[in-house]
Design a protein around this ligand. Structure first.
Ligand code: FAD
Length: 397
């Protein structure tokens, strides 16, 4: 990225960050999106541009030198990235989820203070290993366990999927607190990816339907790190107060971006058809009106949930409430479902021009990417968790 393509190179404030992300999305991520998808490769140029713009530390508190952006601002960044390259947006979102977790749950220690400052100075990229072979997407259970070895701890995890694991500077890994701990008594460990500490042995590749640029291969992850690399808070609090709500808001925002771009392509298709036959209504116009309404509903839901999260962002009791968890679960399932619906409607408007890969109206990549939303933590799993809560939750919907 050069100053010619992106005039303000480094973000200094939240609004600055959102505007700059838009420029990176349009000038760098969008033009590379097709290649990233076809080649199933990491969106390296877009992530480099985001690093150059200092946007990897958007959620790092100002006291560590970060931008101190709100969750709403980072959601807006995911939305605009999603409009141009879903892979870039998902990598960015997954990284920010880890940043949010560190910012709230790491505790005060020299190691974590240094890590936060490094994150800002070196614009580190963080990945996550919460899923595990045998437990799948039930991320509130672990099989692997942390073992104490003097001042150090070690663990070995069979991870079915670690997105961009080979490009990350560190991976945040869930494991049981000790070998005798219950499956749900989990901690989160920071595993730096330098080979002296951590090895990743690839067990499966990532030739997937969509989100091909996330490079979400499977690995056996083995790490040995000082005990200070374990976050202070237990994973039960981390998951409820930060990991799940940040994931659901940022993922929903990027799926919204994806859906918005699909509708924009359908709009262009209908407008171009109207121009070719002045005075007549193109056949897709009514369908377009319909899908614009669905997109507006989706946007209202995502924005409303992001604002609601923002309003209680520092209130740990409110974040731990069942009502809030139900709301975030509802957001996830609703936006994952609407993303597929909106893109499918855009496809039926654009017809064969949308189905093909090489037209300006193509939404085939959008549709493939959209299908990941319902399985990136399976909608049925999320609904199952909500169903259990609803049995005991007393407040009306
Ligand atoms: C693009 C992408 C990137 C990802 N990146 C990462 C990453 O970086 N790190 C990471 O740790 N994970 C990652 N994941 C994994 C993700 O978060 C889920 O854990 C994973 O997709 C679940 O895999 P699964 O469908 O095999 O497992 P499960 O969720 O276990 O589901 C298996 C099957 O069982 C059914 N099922 C399971 N539970 C229930 C239930 N309670 N009720 C009803 N049916 C149920 C489902 O229909 C599903 O088909 C990624 C996933 C995707 C799609």
């Amino acid at each position: 990225m050069t100053a010619a393509t992106v005039p303000h190179l480094a973000a200094r404030t939240g609004p600055d960050a959102v505007a700059l992300a838009g420029q990176v999305a349009r000038a760098v991520a969008g033009p590379a999106a097709t290649h990233v998808d076809r080649e199933s490769r990491f969106p390296s140029e877009a992530i480099a541009a985001l690093r150059e713009a200092r946007l990897m530390s958007a959620l790092v508190p100002i006291r560590f030198g970060g931008l101190g952006c709100s969750i709403v601002q980072v959601a807006e960044i995911c939305d605009v990235l999603g409009q141009h390259c879903t892979n870039t947006a998902m990598v960015y979102a997954m990284h920010q989820i880890q940043v949010a977790v560190l910012a709230r749950h790491a505790g005060n220690s020299p190691f974590f203070d240094r890590l936060m400052r490094d994150l800002v100075e070196r614009q580190l990229l963080l990945a996550s290993a919460t899923s595990e072979v045998e437990v799948g997407g039930d991320v509130r259970r672990s099989i692997c366990a942390v073992e104490q070895c003097g001042d150090e701890v070690q663990l070995r995890k069979q991870a079915p999927v670690i997105s961009y694991g080979e490009h990350a500077d560190a991976i945040l890994v869930t494991a049981r607190r000790h070998p005798d701990a219950a499956a749900s008594d989990q901690v989160l460990v920071v595993a730096p990816t330098d080979v002296a500490r951590t090895t990743l042995t690839r067990t499966s590749g990532w030739d997937a339907l969509g989100l091909r640029g996330t490079c979400s291969s499977g690995y056996v992850l083995e790490t040995r790190v000082p005990a200070s690399h374990i976050l202070a808070d237990g994973y039960d609090d981390i998951s409820a107060q930060t990991m799940l709500p940040v994931s659901h808001v940022l993922w929903s925002s990027l799926w919204l971006g994806l859906a918005t771009d699909a509708v924009n392509r359908a709009r262009a298709f209908v407008r171009d058809a109207a121009r070719r036959k002045p005075g007549t209504m193109p056949p897709g116009a009514v369908r377009l009106a319909e899908v614009v309404g669905v997109l507006q509903t989706m946007r209202a839901g995502v924005t409303d949930a992001a604002n609601a999260f923002d309003a209680i962002f520092d209130d740990r009791d409110a974040l731990s409430s069942m009502g809030f968890a139900l709301r975030m679960n509802g957001l996830k399932v609703q936006s994952a479902t609407l993303a597929v619906q909106v893109v499918s409607q855009a496809l039926s408007i654009c017809g064969i021009a949308g189905y093909k890969t090489d037209t300006k109206y193509s939404v085939e990549r959008h549709l493939r990417d959209a299908y990941s939303a319902g399985i990136q933590i399976n909608n049925d799993r999320v609904l199952g968790a909500s169903a259990s809560m609803l049995l005991v939750h007393r407040e009306d919907a």
